[in-house]
Design a protein. Structure first.
Length: 285
């Protein structure tokens, strides 16, 4: 009886943490997407509140204001980078193992990262210093251009997350596998794929950089965000020739698989969308 209660309690905790991971991650992505992709000059930054003071404040006060804003934004980014890096370190993973939290370690990481990102966005102080500003309300072609760029960017990011196994990325698959008595999902993947994951764990980094850069309103604080995230992802990007060879082999393998499926479909039943998607957009497991 005691064992059954313990098992039920563990399952309940795992389920709550996994659900919280999905909720926090979804909220953070939606909030961050609105934060960096909105084209309204006075609304894309939640703290764009000093603009009206520029016309009345003295030069000294204005200089103090933008320096304070930049200092606050810098501290927020430092907190995000520290959290994102320290909780990805092997020492943190060892601590989770000692506490018997291996199953939900990834979900905890996603919750903390999402919560930190939400704090950053909600407390961001948008600088009043504009590097460039384009009026997209009066120029619909510019609005359409930036909209298309950001739609493509977010599509690439979400697509990359799916390619990298989104359920494993947010910690859902670890909980599910534990529940049905299987080992960690990473153990079921090939050595080449695990190596690639270790060297490239930030899907859509190039798309994110492009969206931060290609925006009608570039402020000093947005430039700080662009440089910080770009340099951080670049520092964490360690894909080498061996990883490239693995990706190339997988692409050739998938191409041959799809060709065989199309050839056989003429003799058998028509291929379903699910089959084509699975064969086209999944790495070797």
């Amino acid at each position: 009886m005691a064992v059954e209660i313990k098992t039920l309690a563990i399952t309940l905790v795992h389920g709550i943490v996994a659900l919280a991971s999905v909720v926090f991650a979804t909220n953070a992505v939606v909030l961050f997407a609105k934060f960096i992709s909105s084209q309204h000059e006075h609304s894309y930054g939640p703290q764009y509140k000093h603009t009206k003071r520029m016309s009345t404040a003295s030069d000294a006060e204005h200089d103090a204001n933008w320096m304070v804003d930049l200092a606050v934004d810098s501290m927020l980014l430092i907190c995000f980078v520290l959290q994102h890096s320290l909780m990805a370190h092997r020492y943190w993973k060892q601590l989770m193992h000692m506490l018997c939290l291996d199953v939900i370690e990834r979900a905890i990481y996603v919750i903390c990262t999402s919560a930190t990102l939400i704090v950053v966005v909600r407390n961001w102080h948008q600088s009043t210093i504009l590097i460039w500003s384009l009026d997209t309300e009066r120029q619909p072609f510019l609005w359409l251009f930036f909209t298309i760029v950001h739609v493509i960017g977010w599509t690439l990011i979400l697509g990359s997350a799916l390619l990298l196994d989104a359920c494993e990325l947010i910690g859902l698959k670890q909980v599910y596998y534990y529940k049905i008595g299987l080992d960690s999902p990473m153990l079921g993947k090939s050595d080449g794929l695990r190596r690639l994951y270790g060297h490239m764990r930030h899907p859509g980094a190039c798309a994110l950089t492009a969206m931060l850069l290609l925006h009608p309103h570039m402020t000093l604080s947005r430039l700080l965000l662009l440089l910080t995230l770009s340099l951080y992802t670049l520092a964490r990007f360690k894909v080498d020739k061996e990883d490239y060879s693995y990706i190339r082999q997988q692409m050739i393998h998938k191409k041959d698989e799809i060709a065989d499926m199309i050839a056989s479909s003429g003799q058998q039943e028509q291929l379903t969308f699910t089959e084509v998607w699975h064969k086209s957009f999944s790495y070797e497991q």
